[in-house]
Design a protein around this ligand. Structure first.
Ligand SMILES: [Zn+2]
Ligand SMILES: [Zn+2]
Length: 307
């Protein structure tokens, strides 16, 4: 097995991510804060986490349900507004992750290169900045999806402006909310987006390190209820690695799976349909214990990266 070539690390690849963190820090220092702005930021976090979870992940990467072309675009637009690049890029690298889970060709396994690599370090690799999206050919026939993937900065810019305009209108029309355009832009877009980065990244990092493993998946994926709460259900990651094509990732009523609830609701109106699920007969009894032995790791390798 050939390790991925990581000797081309580029700061430019990750400049937007670094800029987002820097600008957010500066804005927080100068912005006012109100309950409305923070609540709006939390809403924007979960709305766009739904886009990432139900859109980029469960639909574009795994095709675990069907929908119309219009709603497909809406989901892609919502998820792209999370500022985590476009649908083809995101889902393509995720398909590579499943193909090579925790082996040496996994894009972001914490097993070989550690927590920080899996959480954020892999984004510095030039090759992952513009990978081949050959494994996403099933979506090539949609020019609007290809456009969105190419011009992935458009939805975040629109969202940023919309948030600023909304805050400015509320400042004039609803002064009792004590918000403003600048404040809502800071908390509703920038802070929300940076927290959303790390919420999403925990699935790649912590969900391969901490939690239970009821299924023998041959990798290190784990179920983590805390991460499920902040990722609209993505924390049931061991379930997901076992039943990759299942739209539903929480297998029991107590395994909170926000994206599944919303998609189920949308299915009542035929906005989405053919939600795939796991075979009930083979569902194991989850004990919340580490019930399956860990696989032997592949030989560790040293990153050959140079900045
Ligand atoms: Zn997946
Ligand atoms: Zn995984």
């Amino acid at each position: 097995m050939k390790p991925l070539n990581t000797d081309r690390i580029s700061i430019i690849s990750v400049l937007p991510l670094l800029l987002m963190h820097t600008v957010t820090t500066v804005l927080v220092c100068y912005s006012t804060v109100s309950w409305f702005a923070v609540s709006f930021g939390v809403f924007m976090y979960y709305a766009r986490m739904f886009g990432i979870s139900a859109g980029f992940h469960r639909y574009f990467a795994h095709r675990s349900y069907k929908t119309s072309r219009v709603f497909q675009f809406i989901m892609a637009f919502l998820a792209t507004s999370a500022t985590q690049r476009g649908p083809l890029w995101w889902a393509s690298l995720h398909r590579v992750h499943h193909k090579h889970s925790d082996d040496l060709e996994d894009v972001h396994s914490p097993i070989h290169r550690g927590f920080w690599w899996s959480h954020i370090g892999w984004l510095f690799v030039k090759a992952y900045n513009s990978p081949s999206t050959e494994n996403m050919k099933d979506f090539y026939k949609y020019p609007e999806i290809k456009w969105l993937d190419r011009f992935h900065y458009v939805p975040p810019i629109i969202l940023g402006f919309a948030t600023y305009i909304l805050g400015s209108i509320l400042e004039l029309k609803a002064p009792s909310l004590h918000t403003s355009g600048f404040e809502l832009l800071t908390w509703g877009y920038f802070v929300s987006t940076v927290v959303l980065y790390h919420g999403t990244f925990t699935v790649n990092s912590l969900c391969h390190l901490f939690g239970s493993r009821p299924h023998n998946t041959g990798d290190y994926s784990r179920n983590n209820g805390w991460i499920a709460l902040i990722t609209m259900g993505e924390g049931w990651h061991n379930n997901h690695h076992y039943y990759q094509s299942s739209e539903r990732q929480g297998m029991y009523w107590w395994q909170i799976d926000g994206s599944h609830y919303v998609l189920k609701f949308l299915s009542f109106f035929r906005i989405v349909w053919d939600l795939r699920t796991f075979p009930k007969k083979t569902a194991p009894v989850d004990t919340m214990e580490e019930s399956v032995a860990l696989p032997a790791p592949a030989p560790a390798i040293e990153p050959q990266a140079t900045v």
